[in-house]
Ligand binder design. Structure first.
Ligand code: WQD
Length: 342
């Protein structure tokens, strides 16, 4: 049973990935600083899988603690690195916080990981590296555009740091997964997304509006050059995304990677407009959503969806769940946490 370190393993995507890793028989050790996650998630993971992962509350900015962790766990066979700050707006206000949280920590983890005999590393990257791509669907060869925010820049710089490290160390194997828009929750509704404060992302805003926490959803712009005038994104079910991490890790552990640094788009390949997402929500929930058309949001790109052929053919992974599945699970999760907290 290979031991895998999951940093940020109590977060939204991290927790779903821990579940899938445990289901595949991996031994999981989680590091999380609980800055944007809850310790309850550990029990929630355990209730799904029946196995409690090892948990260490460590702030990866504390380099000595990272060194100490790897000294104690020098049998780690792979690292999936989620731990990072992710609020785009906050990153514009506090760029140095983002560079410290997302870059320093990455360097510390890589320095220690590379001291091990085998070092396999999966990095959370983002479709944000492509900006508004000139061609759709977006392939991995699309040029990386100038980042729109310090957050986006940390993903670009992170990829470069990993790539540079791979160049000089052939025993270091890494895959950067470029996620499109992760949504949804585990089918048990035991784990899901827990945004702090007012959600910035579409789907939690929809479910919070439907449950009565928010009054109304604003649809940001209906005059874009798309079929119904609203922006297009590739919404990927978080469980499918979690499975992509397991497959990527197995590729590295099995030495099936073609190069020691690889990137893959992780999306469904299908673009949906904001209004289509709302319609899907209304269909699966039976709820009428209160929304209005509002001004465009600054910085929004018109359309992004993935060409997934590289992930399908080389990684052997394909999204299986639909937008309706994701919206139904997000709604079930929202109802479940509402029940718990009321
Ligand atoms: C989706 C669509 C909005 C809220 C996010 C991250 C980004 C990246 C990918 C991370 C857009 C519209 C939204 C609302 C709306 N990944 N919308 N009303 O913009 O694609 O970006 O995911 O690495 O960093 O920020 O996702 O969920 O914010 O928006 O109409 O209240 O929904 O305009 O078209 P986005 P989102």
């Amino acid at each position: 049973m290979a031991k895998i370190l999951v940093t940020g393993g109590l977060g939204f995507i991290g927790s779903h990935t821990v579940v899938e890793l445990q289901d595949e028989g991996f031994e999981v050790v989680i590091i999380d600083d609980l800055s944007n996650s809850s310790i309850d998630t550990l029990e929630r993971i355990t209730s799904i899988t029946g196995v409690q992962p090892v948990f260490e509350q460590i702030d990866l900015k504390e380099k000595n603690k990272v060194i100490d962790f790897f000294n104690r766990h020098n049998d780690v066979k792979g690292v999936i690195h989620f731990a990072a700050s992710k609020a785009v707006g906050e990153s514009v206000e506090q760029p140095l916080k983002y560079y410290e949280n997302n870059i320093n920590t990455l360097v510390y983890v890589l320095q220690e990981l590379q001291k091990l005999e085998t070092s396999n590393f999966i990095f959370s990257s983002s479709c944000t590296v492509y900006g508004q791509a000139d061609e759709l669907p977006i392939t991995e060869n699309a040029p990386v555009k100038m980042a729109e925010s310090p957050y986006g820049n940390t993903k670009q710089i992170g990829e470069e740091i990993i790539q540079d490290s791979c160049r000089v160390n052939e025993n270091f194997n890494a895959i950067a997964l470029r996620y499109f828009n992760p949504i949804g929750a585990h089918e048990t509704a035991n784990i899901g997304e827990l945004p702090i404060g007012v959600p910035q992302n579409l789907v939690p805003f929809i479910t919070q509006t439907a449950i009565g926490i928010r009054e109304q959803l604003s649809v940001f712009g209906d005059d874009y050059p798309t079929s119904d005038g609203t922006c297009i994104r590739d919404y990927i079910h978080v469980v499918d995304l979690a499975k992509a991490h397991v497959v990527a890790l197995q590729r590295l552990i099995g030495r099936n990677n073609k190069e020691n640094y690889e990137t893959f788009n992780i999306g469904t390949g299908k673009g949906s407009t904001v209004l289509e997402v709302i319609k899907s929500f209304e269909k699966v929930s039976g709820e009428k959503l209160n929304y209005k058309i509002a001004e465009r949001r600054a910085g929004d790109i018109i359309a992004a969806y993935a060409d997934t052929s590289k992930a399908n053919n080389e990684l052997g992974w394909k999204a299986e769940l639909t937008l309706d599945d994701a919206m139904a699970s997000a709604w079930k999760w929202e109802q479940n946490i509402r029940k718990v907290s009321s």
